[in-house]
Design a protein around this ligand. Structure first.
Ligand SMILES: [Zn+2]
Ligand SMILES: [Zn+2]
Length: 340
């Protein structure tokens, strides 16, 4: 496909889309019903449906019977860890292999013209973004993901939290499934904003931001504290009356859903004339500019807090004005400190 029909490429080779990034027409006032209807299929396809089906698959084939989960034992916990690790390897690896190893579509639709493999850096383990990102995801990401999953399943199995049955409350649980992405967005925005405070940024979140040019393995390249905060979205299902399948869906939404935001390409080509939107631009701009787009745009929180960047030059000017004002405030504080 000719990506220059959809965007422009600068002299560094970085591609950016013509259309500015948009937040979902979900929490807007006045409501925009037509826009909402046009957007609605994207709410389900392809990712959310896929992650929900994966939760069902785990429930049927991976998660052991309730009696087994009542006791914490290495057998079922390690099996779950192994399946989660294998699934991450395959799902993340699929994008990595296609777009970054085989480079099947070259740099068409690629935001950053360079590939991480071409840019060794001392900030990464073994000077390699790929090895560093892969190891961090596997060594602490997947174990923490699994640990929280085990905790929640154990709590359900022992009756420590209410277990809402599908047969008794199908409508409630279906609605709860629809709200899963909204819970994720709210949680992610809050913890993400928190770890951008200076102390936590320096000690925790900077690990994730080492990947200025993210690739699929960057998705789970985090400090263990960030893994813990990120995957704790499953804990909402210990508070809200829920069902283990919905809780797993929430976890898979975080775990498998991190890839599309870090894929680094605006579209993944399928055949000659077709391509699937990744919706990665909002989070790519976060990796590029750091202090914009703390959320993914499902709830327009960044618009409400004035930190939204849609990729346009107007947004760039707004961001720079905000940085200048912040710098001026810091200088004023330093000056008043000196005069005291
Ligand atoms: Zn990221
Ligand atoms: Zn960040």
């Amino acid at each position: 496909m000719d990506d220059l029909q959809f965007g422009t490429r600068n002299k560094r080779g970085d591609w950016s889309p013509n259309a500015p990034a948009e937040t979902a027409p979900l929490f807007v006032f006045p409501p925009r019903p037509l826009k909402l209807l046009r957007w609605l299929p994207h709410y389900f396809l392809p990712y959310n449906l896929l992650f929900f089906l994966s939760a069902l698959a785990w429930w049927h084939w991976v998660i052991p019977p309730v009696e087994v989960m009542q006791t914490l034992a290495w057998g079922w916990v390690l099996r779950l860890l192994a399946v989660n690790a294998l699934a991450v390897f395959l799902w993340y690896g699929l994008f990595e292999l296609h777009l970054y190893v085989r480079r099947a579509q070259g740099n068409r639709f690629k935001y950053n013209g360079k590939f991480p493999a071409e840019q060794p850096s001392d900030v990464f383990w073994f000077r390699s973004q790929n090895i560093d990102n892969f190891l961090r995801g596997m060594l602490s990401g997947v174990p923490i993901w699994t640990g929280l999953q085990v905790l929640v399943l154990w709590a359900f199995a022992n009756g420590h939290v209410p277990w809402v049955e599908w047969a008794a409350h199908p409508v409630y649980l279906a609605l709860l499934c629809l709200v899963v992405p909204v819970i994720h967005e709210f949680h992610f925005f809050c913890i993400h904003r928190l770890i951008h405070t200076p102390f936590l940024y320096r000690w925790v979140h900077s690990v994730h931001h080492n990947s200025v040019n993210p690739s699929p393995w960057s998705s789970l390249s985090m400090h263990p504290v960030e893994h813990l905060l990120y995957f704790s979205t499953i804990l909402y299902h210990l508070v809200i009356p829920s069902n283990p399948v919905v809780a797993i869906y929430q976890l898979h939404f975080a775990g498998f859903g991190a890839v599309p935001g870090h894929v680094g390409f605006d579209k993944v080509e399928i055949g000659e004339n077709r391509a699937v939107d990744t919706h990665a631009y909002i989070h790519y701009l976060h990796h590029k500019y750091f202090e914009v787009n703390y959320g993914d745009g499902l709830i327009p929180l960044d618009r409400w807090f004035g930190t939204f960047h849609d990729g346009s030059s107007e947004a760039e000017a707004r961001m720079n004005a905000r940085y200048q004002a912040k710098k001026a405030r810091a200088n004023a504080r330093a000056a008043s400190g000196r005069s005291r």
